[in-house]
Design a protein around this ligand. Structure first.
Ligand SMILES: C[S@@+](CC[C@H](N)C(=O)[O-])C[C@H]1O[C@@H](n2cnc3c(N)ncnc32)[C@H](O)[C@@H]1O
Length: 485
């Protein structure tokens, strides 16, 4: 299901008609990466102080798709209200996607289906790209290029979530007559349409200072740069302004760029926007980790941790940081003093699970379990275990990355069948692989050094000495020696 496309040259008229004010800008094709961007139609020199914030675009609040305006639309648009009631209401992203789907439906449906309200967005969706090269839209052989990277599981999980959402949409709306006619009867609505709408949302939504996450028409034509010459703000009536930053010199024909988020990792950029910015100074990656399958407390540890356990690696030119709160739970067990109990309520039912460290209830301070571990007399022993576990996780990921390298080399970027949008995929995937391999190798070096230092700690030596003595023949029946290998 695709609405008839409107050329982006129609944007000027559409914007004026809908009360958007703009000056000295137009939307033009970007020669470097295909899509469109906002360019200056004159030479701009903004003053160096705050006065230099030069507004070039003003989008009224009612055109923005935010939590507030979506709720307003639901009141006046009965068809949108109907699908919102059937499948919406749980996330803003879901509701905005349903709104966009409603506009696509209106714009592309057989005129015999009468819809009450059509608005500015019904025309605007006709100007949005028909394909966005986000990994969720890639072919299987392209997705395989991500094997061994932090995106391998994330993309698979996202595609499965989209499949589930689409199935729920079908199940919950198939009894609504107009949905049945417009979407399901002749399979006009396909899964690839849902993928495209999700891609529109992820690649074009931004965080507004007052309205929160939102989609802003026209502003969403602005491309990203780590050295952006412009930024966006909200005015007193919640209108969204695109402003040239103070002290900028922009030549006629140059792009006005904004920063999509300088702290975003290469993986996040590729996942949400389909490209990686070479100029980004922060390199980071997030790995999802799970407890060892033979850890008897494995499930309890994940439950008490309360969120998906992750290892976050972040590097700048002169620093490297590994953050993994869950590793401190992973590195201790019952013999060390960790315990879990499910309390029995006064009415005889089982209540909440509680965590104990050396008989002290630590459930409410589980977020700072690292502090508890590092304050323990055996801290160096636990830290050494934590570092060894991290080394294992990092080493395994690095191995997966190098094992899948041959697949990554097999896809020919010059393949005739690839569309223009697809040609950059092998390059983007390869950039991610190089960045992540670099981060993992650096992390291994750091962990090796930390493991060496901790191994010579007197506390560790004393602890190992006493375990060896206990393990010596005739020293009792405990045959489980500490293994730091
Ligand atoms: C908010 S839209 C910007 C407008 C978009 N270029 C268009 O034609 O509609 C974000 C998308 O623009 C493209 N893009 C933005 N900045 C880019 C950059 N620096 N390098 C490559 N692609 C970029 C990506 O496809 C991204 O998903």
């Amino acid at each position: 299901m695709r609405p008839p496309a409107l050329p982006v040259s129609s944007l000027r008229t559409w914007a004026k008609f809908n009360g958007i004010e703009f000056e000295d800008i137009s939307v033009e094709k970007n020669k470097e990466y295909g899509g469109y961007g906002i360019v200056s139609t004159t030479t701009i020199d903004s003053a160096p102080d705050q006065e230099g914030n030069l507004t070039v675009l003003n989008v009224p609040k009612d055109l923005i798709l935010s939590a507030e305006t979506i709720a307003e639309h639901a009141k006046v648009d009965k068809h949108f209200g109907q699908i919102l009631e059937a499948v919406g209401g749980s996330t803003l992203r879901g509701d905005v996607m349903l709104f966009l789907l409603m506009q696509v439906t209106r714009a592309s449906s057989d005129p015999s289906i009468k819809f009450s309200v059509s608005g500015p967005w019904t025309e605007y969706v006709k100007m949005l790209p028909e394909y966005i090269s986000l990994p969720t839209a890639w072919h299987d052989d392209q997705i395989n290029l991500l094997n061994g990277t932090s995106l391998e599981k994330a993309v698979a999980a996202k595609v499965s979530a989209l499949v589930r959402e689409f199935e729920t949409l079908r199940e919950n709306t198939t009894e609504i007559p107009w949905c049945h006619n417009a979407w399901w009867e002749k399979e006009h609505l396909e899964f690839k349409d849902w993928i495209l709408i999700d891609s529109w949302y992820r690649s074009r939504s931004l965080e507004l200072p007052l309205s929160g996450e939102a989609m802003v028409p026209f502003l969403d034509m602005a491309n990203h740069s780590a050295n952006a010459n412009s930024h966006y703000q909200q005015g007193i009536d919640d209108e969204v302004l695109l402003q040239v930053k103070p002290g900028q010199h922009i030549e006629k024909g140059d792009e006005l760029t904004i920063d999509y988020g300088s702290a975003k990792s290469a993986a996040e950029m590729l996942f949400s926007y389909g490209f990686i910015d070479d100029l980004s100074s922060v390199h980071s990656l997030v790995l999802h980790i799970s407890p060892s399958p033979d850890d008897p407390f494995g499930k309890a540890k994940v439950k008490i941790h309360g969120k998906l356990p992750t290892l976050h690696i972040s590097a700048t030119d002169d620093s490297l940081e590994l953050t993994c709160p869950f590793i401190y739970l992973m590195c201790v067990n019952e013999d060390d003093g960790l315990d879990f109990k499910v309390l029995l309520e006064t009415d005889g039912t089982y209540g909440q699970m509680r965590a104990f460290w050396k008989s002290r209830d630590i459930t409410d301070s589980i977020g700072s379990f690292k502090d508890i571990v590092t304050a323990d007399p055996l801290a160096d022993v636990f830290l050494l275990r934590a570092k060894v576990l991290l080394r294992y996780i990092v080493d395994e990921q690095l191995e997966r990355l190098s094992e899948s390298e041959h697949t990554a080399n097999e896809l020919d970027p010059n393949q005739e069948s690839l569309s223009a949008g697809d040609k950059g995929i092998p390059e983007a995937a390869s950039k991610l692989r190089v960045i992540e391999a670099g981060l993992l190798s650096k992390s291994l070096e750091l962990l090796e050094a930390e493991i060496n230092t901790l191994s010579s700690s007197p506390i560790v030596r004393g602890y190992l000495g006493s375990s060896e003595a206990q393990d010596a023949p005739g020293a009792g029946d405990n045959d489980e020696s500490e293994d730091f290998s």
